[in-house]
Design a protein around this ligand. Structure first.
Ligand SMILES: [Zn+2]
Length: 206
């Protein structure tokens, strides 16, 4: 699989540094697992930050401080280059119960650490169904896990990553003949629009 839509360098750098909010890191990781190019980029960022640390003059940090810095680095979650578990991510994600919100459309919250104001969830939409149209007040990351959708940017297939900014209002359509399943992390309150969006986010508890 060769994804065609990738996280920006800024997002990858933050992912490598472990500074992305947990739910957002999960969505980036879903892409990185499937994308050799981004795995290499993440490894390069990690090597660069390690090299920068090693060139620090010792007298500038002192013995204890250096030890503290190093222990912090070692305690930071390291990127795991797969495959501890060979199952597809879709089967590994800890999901809360699926809620069918319309024929062919279900939503399931992902049981993963995230900030209270964020939402981390799977959305599955069958071909021919409208997607859950919504606006949001912050960033939204999405990685396609199965199937494909099309929007004004192009076609997003399994492994592809999409990041949206504030108040995006668009309605992608499912491409092909299998359901499109996407992993989302959304910052801030969802502002659902349209019948499907209102159903999905009002009743699915995500
Ligand atoms: Zn990539």
């Amino acid at each position: 699989m060769n994804p065609r839509h990738h996280p920006s360098p800024d997002i990858l750098a933050a992912y490598a540094a472990g500074t992305l909010a947990p739910g957002f890191g999960l969505v980036v990781g879903a892409h990185v697992e499937t994308c050799a190019a981004c795995r290499n980029q993440v490894a390069a960022y990690e090597a660069a930050s390690g090299a920068a640390l090693q060139t620090l003059p010792l007298e500038a940090v002192g013995g204890d401080a250096l030890a503290r810095v190093m222990s912090r680095i070692e305690a930071a979650p390291a990127y795991q280059p797969m495959q501890v578990d060979a199952r597809p991510l879709l089967e590994r994600l800890p999901l809360k119960p699926k809620r069918w919100v319309a024929p062919g459309v279900w939503v399931a919250a992902v049981d993963t650490p995230h900030a209270d104001e964020d939402r981390v969830y799977l959305l599955s939409v069958a071909p021919g169904m409208p997607t859950a149209r919504h606006e949001h007040s912050g960033a939204e990351f999405c990685t396609v896990l199965q199937g494909a959708f099309r929007d004004e940017v192009g076609v997003f297939r399994a492994g592809d990553f999409a990041a949206a900014e504030n108040d995006l209002d668009h309605q992608p359509v499912v491409e092909g003949d299998e359901p499109c399943v996407c992993l989302f992390a959304t910052e801030g309150r969802l502002k659902p629009k349209g019948v499907i969006g209102k159903l999905a986010f009002a009743f699915a508890d995500v």
